[in-house]
Design a protein around this ligand. Structure first.
Ligand code: PMP
Length: 342
């Protein structure tokens, strides 16, 4: 049987998200936190594994609502924010617009669902190009615009006034993906929800120590949450994740301490990389740094040979690599091996 022929047309052309387990000594490729919180796992033995989890995840939603000073009715949970992207595109459909380069899942999911994608390149400073974005909004009338700020993989936040400009022009929803907001010096745009009914937010626990749980948050006007809830699978956040994530949000100070350590290390890593003559480093407000070398794919491969796994971004931006900020020891190991390789 020819399975290829059975596939929907849009799936035939689709290549999925590249996520593979690659053996290495130091893993700095997936923007995870180098710190985990075993003490928060102490009471998971109490969980009755024979029962379905709370379909509403009420406790977790309330903890999240308190953290972001919104009502629990403004929150919808996902199995990671990836799932929320899926739900948003399933609910509202396309065209789906986003600047490039950015997080690849906006495009992968839109294409998997057979929706039109509109990719608009960023300007030379990796900020939003207002001319191009405005033109595309007028021409294509996107239902959804995804803005990752700080942006993955470039590391910068987009200018607030440009994002606001798009929110004002868009007749559809503008999704501000604040996955990396904890590492940014900016206030974040969440308060905009009071003044606009077409701006919605995504946050995640994945970058601050809980990637294994798969917990993401949609923070949006009630009407949007209700609409997206129609497509949500009934038990999409499992009981263990609900329990641990609730405790994590209630112990946010512990997490913040590690976030501060990571930011300090990020700034050190930036300075150290800037000192290497053959490296061009881009400033970052996230837990990773993008940098340019000559022959990035070769450097990536040789680093892996020495036990250091980072991410080759050259398909998106020529000769760039993205390194996640690790512990001080991991960062030193990376710097040492990078210098050897270069
Ligand atoms: N948004 C951005 C910008 C990301 O970089 C990532 C993770 N790479 C996600 C969302 C997805 O995060 P998760 O599904 O783990 O919550």
């Amino acid at each position: 049987m020819d399975i290829e022929k059975l596939l929907r047309k849009n799936i035939r052309k689709l290549s999925g998200y590249a996520a593979k387990e690659i053996p290495c000594k130091v893993k700095l490729d997936a923007n995870e936190s180098p710190y985990s919180f075993p003490s928060l796992l102490e009471d998971i033995a109490e969980i009755e594994t024979n029962r379905y989890p709370d379909p509403e995840a009420s406790e977790l939603k309330r903890a999240a609502a308190r953290r972001w000073r919104v009502s629990h009715k403004n929150i919808l949970l996902g199995n990671g924010s990836d799932e929320i992207i899926y739900y948003l595109i399933t609910t509202f459909g396309g065209p789906v617009m986003y600047p490039t380069p950015t997080f690849s899942m906006y495009g992968i999911i839109a294409k998997a669902l057979g929706e039109k994608t509109i990719e608009v390149s960023l300007d030379r400073d990796f900020d939003l190009s207002m001319d191009r974005m405005t033109g595309a909004i007028k021409k294509e009338r996107p239902k959804l615009i995804f803005l990752s700020s700080p942006n993955n993989p470039t590391g910068n936040c987009f200018s607030s006034d440009r994002m606001l400009g798009l929110i004002n022009q868009s007749k559809g929803l503008v999704v501000i993906d604040e996955a990396y907001h904890p590492f940014s010096s900016r206030k974040g745009m969440l308060p905009l929800m009071n003044d606009y009914d077409n701006v919605i937010f995504m946050r995640t626990l994945s970058k601050i120590g809980f990637a294994a749980l798969r917990v993401g948050f949609l923070i949006a006007p009630e009407e949007v949450v209700e609409a997206v809830n129609r497509v949500r699978l009934p038990f999409n956040v499992n009981a263990i994740s609900q329990r641990v994530a609730t405790r994590a949000l209630k112990n946010y100070r512990e997490i913040e301490k590690t976030v501060r350590l990571i930011c300090k290390e990020r700034d050190r890593l930036y300075r150290e990389l800037s000192r290497i003559g053959t490296v061009r480093v881009f400033p970052s407000e996230a837990n990773f740094i993008l940098f340019q070398v000559s022959d990035a794919p070769g450097v990536h491969k040789r680093l892996l040979g020495k036990g250091v796994l980072i991410r080759d971004m050259s398909a998106q931006i020529k000769d760039t690599l993205r390194v996640t900020v690790g512990t001080p020891e991991e960062n030193d190991f990376f710097l040492e091996k990078l210098k050897e390789v270069l």
